[in-house]
Design a protein around this ligand. Sequence first.
Ligand code: COA
Length: 327
Amino acid sequence: MYGGGYVFSDPEHQIPPDDPEKLAEFEARIDRGEKIEPQDWMPYEYRRQLIRLIEQHAHSEIMGALPEGAWITRAPGFKRKLALIAKVQDEVGHAQLLYSAAETLGKSRADMVNDLLSGKSKYSNVFNYPAKTWADVAVIGFLIDAAAIVNQVANSKGSYGPYCRALERICYEESFHLKQGYDAFVALATGTKSQRAMLQDAVNRWYRPIIHFFGPPDQESKHSKQLMRWKVKMASNDDMRNQFLDSYVPKVLELDITFPDPELRKDPQTGRWQFGDPDWAEFYRVINGDGPCNAERLAVRRLAEAQGRWIRQAIMNPQQSVTIPFA
Ligand code: COA
């Protein structure tokens, strides 16, 4: 149990209706731009939504380390290896910050990790695709980190103090990641014919998952309306997607790399980007567990969890002896 008096681990728990006076005061605070802190009163639904969103975000960071982590040993050259090691380490650190922020709302880290491993919790669609070549690492480092920054800078201006503070730090680090991703992207774009072809192939494969990254179109988004009212999300899915396309499509095109979508163009009248059918059915399949790498990613996390269990036991119960499995 935590300060607010609700029990998350008990699905049968009756949720008391929110006190209307407290709710009005809470919403007035949000309207004034105040930060909500863990000890403050908050509606049950605000707490539940924040746990869902921050937890999914933390899982995404930890799963996001996997496709790039697999390239550390194969990164071309010592400097690229060093940068990639540092980046992957940062991503895992981001997960730690975010799990801590979610814990302030009353869900334990163990419960969050269990929900990830059981497939109950979602994590970002993009990490369920394979990184087949080094160019995939460049696309992830440049375009997916750029997409993440657009999303996280918006969320960092939101209403829940611990999440916003974690995001401020994360965004600083992500902007370094973006620089290393852009550097790797430019190196391939300005490299040999086969390097350019490898990069173009990677952009072709990642284009659609990146469009999906910002979530379903606004009219299909279940949570946006309430989350924007409570300033958890500071921009809608379509607005974030548009902002990303505004900033990064020109940067890719100026390197003579194209997108596999003949309908992709900016409407000069509205300032909005238009694109061909992004196949939202694929998005829903992937986020519901049926993407190309969902099973593999979860299997790796389950293995890591099992192999690290003795360390957690030793830390949590320093008086007890533990069996080191491979000693
Ligand atoms: N990958 C996986 N699932 C996604 C997704 C994505 N790219 N975009 C949306 N979804 C899921 C949502 O989690 C939600 O599922 P749920 O109801 O089972 O929890 C469902 O699709 C409906 O989407 P929507 O109502 O639009 O969700 P949302 O209002 O939470 O917005 C995000 C989606 C990603 C914009 C929002 O959750 C967010 O800003 N998250 C924090 C940042 C983050 O996680 N970034 C990814 C890693 S860097």
